[in-house]
Design a protein around this ligand. Sequence first.
Ligand code: PXP
Length: 250
Amino acid sequence: MNRLRLGVNIDHVATIRNARGAPYPDPLRAAKLAAAAGADGITAHLREDRRHISDSDIDNLARELKIPLNLEMAATEEMLEIALRHKPHACCLVPEKREERTTEGGIDAAGQHNHLKPYVQRLKDAGIRVSMFVDPDIRQLEASRSLGAPVVELCTGAYCEAVIAGDAKAVASHLDAARKSAAAAARLGLEVHAGHGLTYDNVRPIAAIGEIRELNIGHFLIGEAIFSGLDASIRRMRALMDEARSESAA
Ligand code: PXP
């Protein structure tokens, strides 16, 4: 059975810091604590408008982290230059709109093929593992493969929204799409990750999908840390993921 890795997204530690323009809480401190609590990697999204993670956060993470850094970024020249300067373990290409509250759905790997191709190539040439954040849609998986990306991260946002809405039919249909997409991506030779909106309540069916190798989870863990601490929130998520995985393998 594949071990499921947990990447902890620390963006919203920076959101809290930036709400007051104070130098705390420090995302690097959270990243180190996450590593000690069992995170396999740290994810950070340097947005064009720098609304949470800052350039100096990326400098600090790249310099000090002992576990892999996954830099989420839009496919722009500015972000490419930053990625090539730091050479994180991985870069996840995401769509970005200034007016959105959070990343809304996956990147259009199929429709933006010609724009994305040189970004994927230049990141790969620098030895960075490139992942495409895509909706669970076969066209996007095929396009990711034809772009030469070795990894896809399936967007679980719509599934998580259906869980919150209590729409059982939509939940079932999103889960079906996630399962079929994970299987299709693996058949295409892509490594499969997933994330966006995952919580204690909705993580199990996603963690049970055997082809998925990594989940990236942030907002819920940082919020839950207010009540139980970051160490405990990460350990609990890790335990739920492992339980779901071993039950599905049984
Ligand atoms: N994966 C990607 C590509 C994302 O953009 C995000 C949000 O930054 C996440 C995972 C984590 O989502 P959440 O913070 O909702 O757990």
